[in-house]
Ligand binder design. Sequence first.
Ligand SMILES: [Zn+2]
Ligand SMILES: [Zn+2]
Length: 341
Amino acid sequence: MASVRTEKDGLIDGMPRDERGFWQPEGTKLPNPVFAWPPQPLEVLKWLYNYLFPWNFIYMAIATLTWLYLQPDLSQMTTFRADWILLLFVRNQVMLILIVSAWHLWLWARKSQGFQFKYTSDWSATGKRRFLWGNQLGDNIFWSCVSGGTIWTAYEVLMLWAYANGIIPYVDPRQQPVYFVLMLCAIQLWRLFHFYWVHRLLHWPPLYKAGHYLHHKNINVGPWSGLSMHPLEHILYFSCALIHWIVPSHPIHMIMNLQHAALTPAQGHAGFEAVVVKGKVNLAGASYFHQLHHRYFECNYGEPDFPFDHWFGTSHDGSPEAHTTMRAKRLARHNIQTEAA
Ligand SMILES: [Zn+2]
Ligand SMILES: [Zn+2]
């Protein structure tokens, strides 16, 4: 594509890159002001707007439409039967392929904006033995669909069966509309809370070696890398849905919870800070915070909306200062280990 000048900051296709081909945005997202002290009401309102619009609303809509039009009535799910389970499986695979492919085709296959806002100067790896068939894209699609799509569906089937049999607490939106809406808005926060702790656990060396290493084979990540995980990791990752065994909810909450886990990593790993359409920055892109996690491994385990990394001193905003701090910590830990040995 031809180089495009954007209105945002006058950057062109050949944006400044370091000697390894990395381009750095101005920094990562700031930690959630809801947790700031003293309180920052204006910042909180701004955060809330960005938290809800447009993505959270889009996922609420997808979950609601799924519940209304894309699955059988709950009364048909009281027993595990192949017909409805297969329907859910196919539906989820189609949804996964459509949404991840949309990101992939626009940014990586068509290269619609070239290297504009791209963090790295590489495309998907080929001829690398660490990937299935030596091909990063094929490897990522395999793990996302075969393991990710299946385990996502398995959790959904289990949960719907439990709702259908009255085993888990059910909320009727007509009787508790306020609770229903608040709960829907809180799903993404819950997901980020759960993701941080599961991810932290996955960096415990035995679990890293058993499963999480597979996701980290991707250093230069793209949309299909997001859900490219080992089955062990998928089991832990999608366990976010189990909260509905305890917290009263409607199946729409559970569907959104799982869809959010399955479908948002494509954007988070898109590899581009922003999406440019017709020469303008039209859409926020990936999570640079998580991009840095793939580059350095020992930082940014969560997302700034739940600022555990800021509280526990593992946040990295891409600045040289943050890098120096991370390296000093790594060195100190290495020294302690050497002394103990
Ligand atoms: Zn990742
Ligand atoms: Zn990790």
